[in-house]
Design a protein around this ligand. Sequence first.
Ligand code: FES
Ligand SMILES: [Fe+2]
Length: 433
Amino acid sequence: MTEVTDAVGPAGRPSGPAARYDELIQPRRVHGSLYTSPEIFADELQQIWYRTWVYVGHVSEIAEPNDYVRKSIGPQDVIMTRTADGEVHLLLNRCAHRGNLVCEADAGNSSSFRCPYHGWTYRNNGDMLGYPFHQGYGGRNKLELGLGRVPRVGVYQGFVFGSFAEDGPTLEQHLGEAKGEIDRLVRLAPEGEIELSAGFLKHRARANWKLLAENETDGYHPQFVHASIFSVAESGIGALYGEKSTAVTRALGNGHSENDLRPEFRRLGVPLGWFGTTEEKVPNYVKAMRDRHGDSGAEEVLIEGAPHVMIFPNLFIAEIQLFAIQPLAADLTVQHVTAVQFKGAPEMNKRMLQQCVGSVGPAGMLLADDTEMYERNQAGVAELRPEWLDVRRGVDREEIDERGLTIGGATDETGMRGFWSHYKHLMTEGRVR
Ligand code: FES
Ligand SMILES: [Fe+2]
């Protein structure tokens, strides 16, 4: 299945790369080779991961001057730094001399990086500082070399994104309607900021990254895959993804999608019901929220809860957990997971951490089940027949909402179709048909 051209239309049709993706991605189905072909994976790195805006990290991870943390953009090892002037930089972890890794630690505080191989040093903005034994370079104490940089860095509400394209849509244009979902998360923090201070777990899945991205807002699977956690936790979450649910799946544009559970939470009208707790259990948090938003404002925020949004291509905010998807090969992906923490909400933060451990921790009951599905899916799509995956669920009952966005029922594949439409756009844009 790696030879894409064998799998599609007869000879005589246009056979450029754009035409190939036109064939492979159709309104109601997508071709299995999209998940298995190393050639397509290599193409995705160029057309998507090394071009569009990709989520990298959060400013709270480099709160102090000269803090740094190692992150990634797909397989690229990226150092996210904060220079003494407060500026955020995304540097590639590769020495300009002979290509050694210059940064070993996962995180730390330093104004410079020193390559262990021959001792070349760099400032934390990527500029060269110097190297030993100048005479070998004609006595010059500096060359016109430095660390590689991700050319565009954008920050929205503390979320740091990078783009390898020198120009193109701005981060704000890329995020578009998804900005409101980030805003919705941030407004749940009494001080209006979130922090990623809980540390990350890394879950490796032998599966293509798109299976994960598609699953994040798939409202069809929770009742089946997550039945066990819903029953032991006596959670009402399962019903949110039922046939009778008033929740909607929304394609937010640019490949972003969400499960908007607000209609259900509004119907129930219970503050903090989305989090499975009550106001009495977190009185200081509720007071802080009332002080910030006023009584009725706080009531609305606490009833509506946190977003469940997949931001193309790699940031998934699952209410109070954050996932960053890192593709490493056509059939290998790492999911970096952490608990969201609200600035100024110690009571909530403790609970959010506990929930995160219980659901996506090493012995957690939620992500382990999803991961089992990703890997079974990858094994299945490697089978030769049938060649296609079906994505038509709800296609004939979609509507356009008041914002002009496409919505479907709680269990419909509207989000996936939005993902594929943007994917196809990026894979074909400006290429020959
Ligand atoms: S490879 Fe870094 S100093 Fe030689
Ligand atoms: Fe799931």
